[in-house]
Design a protein around this ligand. Structure first.
Ligand code: DAH
Length: 333
């Protein structure tokens, strides 16, 4: 059977022109020029030069318009998509869930702000501390109960997880000469069972001012400023006497209850006041331990819990809420 190659070429060219989209054009290419097309099969059987030239000529003449048609179909498709798939960039996007700072971090920043406003430097010290810095240089007596492994996490005889941020006082005093105004914020550890009011890991902020001529009145004014920054402008501060190894005299500052404004309610256990932590005038022994002359320099120090501060700010009755990471709770603050 002889093939009418002129007719083949015409039909193929017509098919190329008729293809209305890329897939249809691909079908045309496979049918007329593909490996199993009559043309390809015939080319494989070619024995004489003339037939070879004829068939190759047909193939070349078909390939050119096919390529052009391919390009123009792709261009048409792009035009169509640009026309039809319009994106309105002014429409609101999909909302991404956005978190917020943990209440402890919020309070930490509020404390930092309050003290930066007073010109204090903010620092954070090591959590693994030596007995020397955690106790000895802070003038803890050898018999103090906090030195017991029942109260404190010991790594070995001379290393502990710090039980308070007070060692920062020693570090800053050893690092540079006074005047010093610093607040140290970070985690502390105690061997307490977990309850509504105690957690074995928590945060404190610790303030220290060492300068000439500092009095208890300066301590009271400083704490008043910070309590008002944290709890609002109508708060009052009072002192009760107390004992700490590294201050003399030592006091416990109270802040007036924000729920009842001092009248007495359940939150303040009907006293009108809420305990804020510990404070006092830096003990002369502490100054001597870091090589300062207690007759020349004096100062005050204080330490408060951040969890407690966050609980009071947000009325959170249970400290565990601040450590459990339950988003249903944390999202509220
Ligand atoms: N470190 C004490 C505690 O954790 C709190 C404290 C009391 C800090 C008196 C002080 C201070 O700086 O002067 O219980």
């Amino acid at each position: 059977m002889t093939m009418d190659w002129q007719d083949y070429e015409q039909q193929a060219a017509q098919a190329v022109t008729n293809a209305k989209a890329a897939p249809a054009l691909e079908d045309v290419r496979v049918a007329w020029l593909g490996r199993k097309s009559q043309l390809a099969l015939a080319l494989r059987e070619v024995r004489d030069r003339e037939t070879g030239m004829l068939l190759n000529g047909i193939r070349t003449r078909l390939e050119a318009p096919l390529g052009e048609r391919e390009q123009s179909l792709a261009a048409e498709e792009l035009d169509r998509r640009l026309r039809e798939e319009v994106i309105d960039v002014t429409l609101p996007g999909e909302e991404l869930p956005l978190g917020h700072l943990h209440p402890i971090t919020q309070v930490r920043r509020a404390v930092e702000d309050a003290f930066l406003g007073l010109g204090y430097e903010v620092r954070d010290d090591r959590e693994v501390e030596t007995v020397e810095y955690n106790f000895d240089k802070l003038a803890f007596l050898p018999t103090h109960s906090a030195r017991s492994p029942r109260d404190t996490f010991f790594f070995d005889e001379s290393h502990v997880l710090r039980t308070e941020t007070s060692p920062s006082q020693i570090h800053v005093l050893e690092e540079k000469p006074p005047p010093i105004y610093m607040v140290s914020i970070g985690r502390v550890y105690r061997r307490d069972a977990i309850t509504a009011t105690r957690y074995p890991i928590f945060h404190q902020f610790e303030g220290l001012a060492v300068d000439k001529g500092i009095t208890l009145a300066d301590l009271k004014g400083t704490l008043l400023h910070v309590m008002r920054a944290l709890y609002g402008p109508t708060r009052r501060v009072r002192f009760r006497t107390h004992y700490f190894p590294f201050t003399e005299p030592s006091i416990e500052p109270d802040v007036s209850c924000g729920i009842c404004d001092g009248a007495g309610c359940r939150t303040c256990k009907w006293s009108g006041w809420i305990e804020m932590g510990g404070a006092g005038m830096v003990d002369p022994r502490v100054l001597a331990n870091v090589g300062l002359d207690p007759d020349e320099w004096g100062g005050f120090a204080f330490g408060c819990g951040l969890e407690r501060t966050a609980q009071l700010r947000h009325d959170i009755p249970d400290i565990r809420a601040l450590w459990e990471g339950d988003l249903r709770v944390l999202r509220q603050f």
